[in-house]
Design a protein. Structure first.
Length: 421
RNA sequence: GGUGGGGUGGCAGAGUGGUCAAAUGCGACGGUUUCGAAAACCGUUUCCGGUUUACCGGAGCGCGAGUUCGAGUCUCGCCCCCACCGCCA
């Protein structure tokens, strides 16, 4: 949610942002109109209520017939007006929720992901004197990934990690958890389902684009989280935190569930885009100062990079353009790893500063010098199982085995994955 | 799933239809006092609108609806917490 006070003072602040994000500018004009209506109604409702309170206060013991008549009159008037006020408010809110966060000045302007700008490249593409396989073919050969069987049992976009594949997956997650915990983050294994109201209240599903993104269980009024962010960030909803706890840093592990509706036919091969994957995520709350939260974003990006570098992967960092920026984000860095088997760079994580956009909806505040202010909230992938897929493809050898990165060996207890057949 | 109890301000805890925005206690912040501190005293300690220094009004007692001239207080639905029983990884 944008800052309504800023919007009221200077609605044009949001005009450029809407244009750059390919959103209709009409949103803004509608919002201004509905806000005016809302405030006009609010004024008359509050006036009536003031009268009502006056009468109520003047009653001593039993009310006189006159007082009752006056009260009834006000009550009738109020009923109609209050309904209108409520309608105006929800209409206003629907539009305000559609207005995205204002991108930072250094976010490139662009239509879609093709407008993202590579700002850093680490490592180089590995050279093979054979044709490298992709992780699905290699995984099947080595008996560590099985998508076919999962297709039978669960359907498309599911898979099994098996044997050394399963161990490697858990080793990667645990490696990230341990590393980041050692950096002073609090460790979380959060609930995998949240109440649908929570999801709604957090503003994730209010975006029409996300409506079909979640698995829900209507009988129990629950939805599966699509990232641990969704049950960790709301941990502090409706709280006023003391200044001393900041920055408040969490590292969490969870499976993530996504319906991937609207992605039919995209990334069908392999485990790159599945309905359920594992992820270690960082969620950080900072004091409401862009200098502080922007610096924190870079710090989180460096942690994400450090892990990929520990594994020895070649990757690029992209500054995502306005057209590719999710609604709550002020800025987003994507990290794309090289997948030699797929002969492509694929996203393995992203790192975002949402500033106070989420905090407003969540009502998470900090008390500074007696004043309450909305905090800044950031999220970043630490590692997801796409990193494991990259490891599998990048460190395959001619004899069809996979060399495990040094830093993981004490966790896996093996240094190579060889064929059992 | 069954039975019983309960959700009030930063915390604890009164209040059961009309000066209740809410007694009382504790805490935090600001001020007075002090060489400094403690104590004491005064003020503040949610959100919104209008006016804009200090002013006025409204909302807010888990959430939502209802009854009433008037609801923290009554009715209904929902959510959550606690205790015991049952089931169970």
């Amino acid at each position: 949610m944008i800052d309504i006070n800023l919007f009221r003072k200077n609605p044009d602040t949001f005009r450029k942002s809407l244009i750059n994000r390919n959103k209709p500018v009409k949103l803004l004009d509608d919002a201004i109109k509905f806000d005016t209506d809302y405030r006009t109604l609010l004024k008359s409702v509050e006036g009536l209520r003031a009268n009502q309170n006056l009468i109520s206060k003047s009653v001593k013991g039993q009310p006189t017939p006159e007082q009752i008549t006056q009260g009834k009159e006000i009550k009738t008037k109020l009923k109609g007006l209050e309904e209108k006020l409520k309608a105006a408010e929800s209409e206003l809110n629907l539009i305000l929720e559609e207005i995205p966060n204002t991108p930072a000045a250094d976010v490139p302007v662009g239509k879609d992901e093709t407008g993202n700008v590579v700002i850093k490249t680490v490592g180089t593409k590995p050279k093979f004197d054979f044709t490298p396989l992709d992780h699905q073919d290699l995984g099947l050969k080595l008996n560590i990934i099985d998508k076919n069987k999962a297709g039978e049992l669960s359907g498309a976009r599911f898979g099994y990690y098996q044997n050394e594949g399963a161990i490697l997956e858990m080793a990667i997650m645990f490696y990230a958890i341990k590393k980041i915990t050692a950096k002073g983050f609090q460790t979380m294994l959060p609930p995998l389902m949240v109440k649908s109201q929570t999801e709604w209240g957090c503003g994730y599903t209010s975006n029409k684009n996300l409506m079909g993104a979640y698995y829900s269980i209507p009988d129990d009024n629950l939805v599966f989280i699509s990232s641990s962010e969704h049950s960790v960030v709301p941990y502090h909803q409706n709280e006023i935190l003391p200044e001393s706890v900041f920055p408040l840093k969490y590292v969490n592990f969870s499976p993530c569930f996504r319906r991937e509706s609207g992605t039919y036919g995209k990334d069908m091969k392999g485990m790159l885009r599945v309905h359920h994957f594992n992820k270690v995520e960082m969620n950080v709350f900072t004091l409401p100062d862009l200098k502080i939260s922007d610096a924190m974003q870079l710090e989180m990006l460096s942690v994400e990079e450090e892990i990929l570098s520990d594994f020895g992967l070649h990757y690029q960092v992209l500054n995502c353009c306005t057209g590719d920026l999710p609604q709550p984000n002020r800025r987003m860095y994507d990290i794309n790893c090289w997948f030699p088997g797929l002969d492509a760079y694929k996203e393995t994580g992203s790192c975002s500063n949402c500033a106070d956009y989420q905090a407003r909806r969540l009502n998470t505040k900090v008390k500074i010098n007696g004043k309450n202010e909305f905090v800044h909230i950031l999220n970043s992938t630490a590692v997801s199982d796409r990193a494991m897929l990259a490891i599998i493809e990048n460190f395959q050898t001619k004899d069809g085995s996979i060399t495990i990165p040094d830093c993981l060996r004490s966790l896996t207890d093996f240094s190579v994955i060889k064929s059992h057949r």
